[in-house]
Design a protein around this ligand. Structure first.
Ligand code: DC
Length: 222
């Protein structure tokens, strides 16, 4: 699939920052698929829907009215006319989105939506299964990674900067649990596609990761 670049990886591997920078540089659309699973989790939480209530979850997903709207350097996510960009970034939604993403009906609905968005091409799609399941024929595939200690530290700093009171140890435990759930679920688990280029971001700043990727997708610069 020409014009589709996939960026997958575990929590805090640097994929969101990179995907956003890359999309901006190439003038492509940036698709944050984690935010979509987070929106499903938020709705389920608000309506008190249990993960075992499959028909209700199915309906909820199929009726989800999501819209990514650009806002300067950022993208905001709207559900109907409500800006849910902040509401989907809580520790509860971190965990619930991981749990809910293991439900087949939820994955089917989100995959359909993501492929619909991908039809127009010129897309940087970021998530867990972009290169393996959603866009297996993508033109370029990348998988970002870093050791748990590095990723936990990054997420810890992010949350402290947001004004939250957390301990590094709790952040690390949460990350481990989410990685484990995402890697071991039966459908579309987190893993690199066979043809993905794996990049360890431990010692790299975001712009250095960007340069590495640009070397591959647009030698000589776009
Ligand atoms: O990227 P994120 O942390 O915002 O994603 C939240 C959860 O959504 C993640 O723990 C697993 C799930 N997810 C998924 O299963 N598949 C994707 N393509 C993206 C996210």
């Amino acid at each position: 699939m020409k014009g589709i670049i996939t960026i997958d990886g575990p929590v805090a591997s640097g994929k969101s920052t990179l995907a956003r920078l890359l999309a901006k540089r190439l003038n492509f659309l940036y698709l944050d698929t984690g935010a979509m699973y987070r929106a499903v989790a938020l709705q389920a939480q608000r309506y008190g829907v249990n993960l075992t209530e499959i028909p209700t979850l199915w309906k909820l997903c199929r009726n989800l009215d999501l819209d990514f709207r650009p806002d300067g350097e950022k993208t905001r996510l709207y559900m109907g006319e409500e800006d849910i960009s902040m509401a989907i970034r809580t520790p509860e939604i971190d965990m619930l989105s991981s749990e809910i993403s293991a439900v087949k009906e939820v994955r089917d609905a989100m995959t359909d939506l993501q492929r619909k968005i991908g039809r127009a091409g010129n897309l940087v799609a970021e998530g867990r299964d972009m290169g393996t399941d959603v866009f297996p024929n993508a033109e370029y595939k990348f998988f970002l990674t870093a050791p748990i200690e590095v990723r936990a530290e990054r997420r810890y700093i992010e949350r402290v900067n947001r004004g939250e009171t957390v301990s590094l140890d709790d952040v690390k435990k949460g990350l481990k649990q989410r990685d484990y759930q995402d890697e071991t679920r039966a459908i579309a688990p987190l893993r690199p596609a066979k043809d993905a280029r794996i990049i360890d971001t431990t010692a790299l700043r975001p712009h250095q990761v960007l340069e590495k990727i640009l070397e591959e997708v647009s030698p000589g610069g776009r």
